[in-house]
Design a protein around this ligand. Structure first.
Ligand code: ANZ
Ligand code: ZN
Length: 830
């Protein structure tokens, strides 16, 4: 029950949300007079579960930031849309026999409703949905351009296959060798795939990270994912056999210590050596066993090393000219480097373990010298010289592995060189420089229904033919069964009338490609579409692209560090190369949002029964309190547990602002006290800086401090309105309501952002009123806490005071610290 004048969040919030919509307050306008600001959320996948209170955290932040930018006079683009292709909708369709489109539309409606009650400033006229044919027409168009440039190709390499989702997956879709979606162990399966040549962009993706204002942790993840290694390729002749084995090494300086070679069990040359191998049976058996292991198992450090000697095959170390044995072992992977290594047990731990097991020679070729330590070899800095000496001796005789750099020994003319010098010289003499990447080309086809059809036609006479651009979009047809076929074909393959078509090139019989795109396709360019969502003749017009340029502020979860954020950068660079965009990078600044965990400290999930629903919180406490609470919980990028009790603190703050507002508006001509002014301007400065830096929690605490001061003193309507403006991005409803009852014109959300005035910022200054016989004769600024003695001395000299005192007798000096001095005087009596 509400009494008059009491804070009724339900009424206030609903009515303002309606008014803003009617007024189109947040509609985006391109304007040449204004600087632009593009603020973007990673758009959600609209799942059937709806939003929990963790989801809006990032959305509230972009909302605050975009409101702040708008009040700062910028043209703001803050849109929202839906990333709606993908497995969950499809799985739901299979289970419940509804078309994915139906459930997706329902889920979107629910998400939109849930978001709207929080009061965001989205311009819904720019809403996009990746499953709209008008949208995915352009996703398909980009694919065609990639195809034309030779960056989309068919491959029959074995790929990651999830036996449960029954589809091929990209490396990025795996977590520890398991399907990121369902947790099944991935198997390698050879099948025809569409692959995108992201590796062509590896160096640019790596180098341009330097230009981005992104959290370092995300840059590090991308660097590791790209995994650039500088090293050398070295050929090892095989005694009596034609083909040499080429190895990739990052330590060419250790070549003289290479005492055997190892090939990946899958390596093609193993078949090439078949007629020379005398223990082929053993080799085959080992190859079968390897197939059962995933990459993690194979490469894990400390795992017992296994392998099989290739009897009958001997290699020659090009530096020592000695014959060395050749093995296959599963710790060497076929698809990295050349799939073959020179093993240097003295300086590589994996090789060392293997050498111990198979009794192979360990030859130290790098002396563990620490040149800084004046010839004292220290391997581990915190051990004694004696221990150090012992370790040194073990290394030198090959009883211990040393992986660091040092000084070359047992390396012929290279002895005495530093590892770095030796590396260059040995590469020049015996091999060639080579740069290798961990990044693999992007496996781009899925054998599933709910995705963009790949716009390709297979013709018996012309082969692979792209669908002409004029025929886009290739619309996803209706099917009867969404379930994967398990044959490695998508359910689309069953629709004859769709599959069978004419070849655009020769007019003969053609068949449509039935693979669909991965769920990452639509999100790899969506930010561009917001600039120009209704354009039917281009993905984005030149003018709009030139105007909005890049995303100025991008906010989302760190789980996208190596997938979405690499794919989108790749596509953007490609679009730059073909002249669609004018910038090299899509997201100039990125902020990572920390999770809101359940009250029990676990991830919020239906599974744990710890989900808190934002709808209920908004009903009970109001959207403004929810917004303030989520931003006040702690630093934005940290994970923090939800606590329904603590939201009361934010609610109380909102209520106090409400009371303050009512008090101020009921007072006539109230003037702000110096304390109020100082508190206000300190808050202006702090909130301005903190919103820019995404430090919302400290911004809110500055607002709380300011309001506390206001409660204890006088504040004018004008100054309180400035305070409301500072609070407006955080609590848009209550501030709009109070503003409308004061002298604010129009909406608070388009009022110009307050500027801090320097003179009030010296928070230690107080104004002393100077009276003579109770009448005000002047005032002065002094530092707080000044002594009576000093104040009296200063006050006498203030302009306009002297004439009332000079030549008179001072009978008394009344002093109120930090406020007032009153000289009580009388005329001279003789
Ligand atoms: C000889 C050597 C001596 C190596 C030494 C290291 C230390 P990154 O940095 O990850 O690129 N390697 C090369 N190809 C491999 C493959 N397909 N599977 C498993 N291991 C492979 O690692 C490069 C190093 O990993 C290479 O340098 C090679 O071992 C090994 F003292 O060559 B090195
Ligand atoms: Zn043809």
């Amino acid at each position: 029950m509400q009494t008059r004048g009491e804070y009724d969040h339900k009424k206030i919030e609903r009515s303002w949300q309606e008014k803003w919509k009617e007024q189109e307050l947040y509609k985006t306008h391109e304007s040449d007079e204004k600087e632009k600001c593009f603020v973007l959320d990673m758009f959600p996948y609209p799942s059937g579960e709806g939003l929990h209170v963790g989801h809006p955290k990032g959305y509230i932040a972009t909302d605050i930031y975009s409101r702040f930018q708008r009040m700062n006079g910028k043209a703001v683009l803050h849109p929202m849309g839906w990333d709606a292709f993908g497995l969950p909708a499809e799985n739901y369709a299979i289970k419940n026999k509804v078309h994915p489109k139906v459930s997706v539309d329902k889920n979107i409606a629910r998400y939109k409703e849930q978001l709207s009650i929080i009061g965001p400033d989205y311009d819904w006229s720019r809403e996009i949905n990746t499953t709209d044919p008008g949208y995915y027409k352009w996703t398909q168009w980009i694919f065609l351009q990639l195809f034309k440039k030779g960056l989309a190709y068919e491959s029959n390499e074995p790929i990651n296959w999830c036996p449960s989702c029954q589809t091929g997956l990209a490396n990025e879709d795996l977590e520890d060798g398991k399907c990121e979606r369902c947790g099944s162990v991935i198997v390698k399966k050879p099948m025809r795939q569409w692959v995108l040549k992201i590796t062509d962009y590896a160096d640019r993706l790596l180098n341009d990270l330097e230009t981005l204002d992104w959290p370092e942790s995300i840059k590090v993840s991308q660097r590791n994912w790209i995994g650039r290694s500088e090293g050398a390729e070295i050929d090892f002749e095989i005694s009596g056999i034609g083909d040499p084995v080429t190895v990739f090494t990052t330590r060419p300086d250790t070549l003289f210590g290479a005492t055997y070679l190892v090939l990946a069990p899958e390596h093609k040359l193993v078949d090439g050596f078949k007629k020379n191998i005398t223990n082929w049976g053993e080799v085959e058996k080992y190859r079968e066993e390897t197939k059962k292991k995933d990459e993690i198992e194979r490469t894990a450090e400390g795992k017992e090393k296994t392998g099989v000697l290739l009897q009958g095959v001997r290699a020659i170390n090009p530096a020592t000219k000695k014959e060395i044995p050749v093995y296959i072992a599963d710790y060497v992977l076929d698809h990295y480097g050349t799939g073959a290594i020179m093993a240097v047990p003295a300086h590589d731990k994996r090789d060392f373990d293997f050498a111990l097991k198979y009794d192979l020679p360990v030859i130290c070729v790098v002396e563990p010298y620490d040149f800084d330590q004046n010839l004292v070899p220290r391997i581990v800095s915190d051990i004694s010289d004696e221990d150090s000496q012992k370790i040194y001796e073990e290394i030198i005789v090959g009883k211990r592995c040393f992986e660091g750099k040092g000084r070359s020994i047992h390396s012929n003319i290279y002895d005495g060189l530093s590892s770095d010098e030796a590396r260059g010289k040995i590469t020049d003499s015996f091999g060639r420089k080579k740069i290798t990447y961990k990044l693999r080309d992007w496996v781009f086809s899925r054998q599933r229904y709910w995705g963009e059809p790949i716009p390709i036609i297979h013709c018996e006479s012309c082969g692979v033919v792209p669908v002409p651009e004029n025929d886009l979009p290739v619309v996803l047809p209706e099917v009867e069964s969404y379930a994967p076929t398990g044959t490695g074909e998508s359910p689309l393959a069953d629709i004859d009338e769709w599959v069978t078509t004419t070849c655009p090139s020769c007019g003969g019989k053609g068949k449509r490609e039935t693979n669909t795109m991965p769920q990452w396709a639509g999100s790899s360019w969506y930010y561009l579409r917001y600039m120009d969502p209704q354009n039917t003749s281009a993905l984005v017009s030149r003018e709009r692209e030139a105007y909005w340029n890049t995303v100025d502020m991008y906010v989302g979860g760190a789980e996208h560090a190596t997938r979405h954020l690499i794919y989108a950068r790749f596509w953007h660079k490609f679009l730059y190369d073909i002249g669609v965009v004018s910038t090299l990078e899509p997201f100039t600044r990125l902020q990572h949002v920390g999770l809101i965990m359940g009250e029990d400290g676990r991830k919020m999930s239906k599974r744990y029964g710890n989900v808190v629903n934002p709808d209920e919180i908004v009903v009970t406490y109001g959207a403004d309190s929810l917004r303030v609470y989520e931003m006040f919980m702690g630093p934005f990028d940290q994970n923090i547990s939800w606590n329904t009790d603590s939201i009361m603190g934010s609610r109380r703050f909102i209520e106090r602002v409400w009371k303050m507002g009512k008090k101020v508006s009921s007072e006539k001509d109230s003037q702000s006290s110096p304390e109020a002014l100082s508190a206000l301007h300190v808050a202006i400065k702090k909130v301005t800086e903190d919103i820019s830096a995404f430090k919302f929690n400290t911004a809110i605490s500055a607002l709380m401090v300011c309001n506390n001061t206001f409660e204890k003193t006088n504040v004018s309507k004008k100054d309180f309105s400035l305070f409301l403006q500072l609070l407006a991005p955080f609590a848009p409803h209550i501030t709009e309501e109070l503003w409308s009852g004061m002298e604010g014109e129009g909406s608070i959300h388009v009022a110009p952002w307050p500027r801090a005035e320097e003179k009030y910022l010296v928070s230690d200054n107080v104004t002393i009123v100077i009276q003579v016989n109770g009448k005000m004769r002047g005032e002065m600024q002094v530092t707080r806490g000044e002594t009576k003695e000093n104040i009296i001395g200063l006050a006498r000299k203030v302009e306009g005071v002297g004439k009332w005192i000079d030549g008179k007798v001072i009978v008394k000096e009344v002093f109120v610290p930090d406020k007032l001095v009153n000289f009580v005087v009388k005329e001279h009596s003789t």
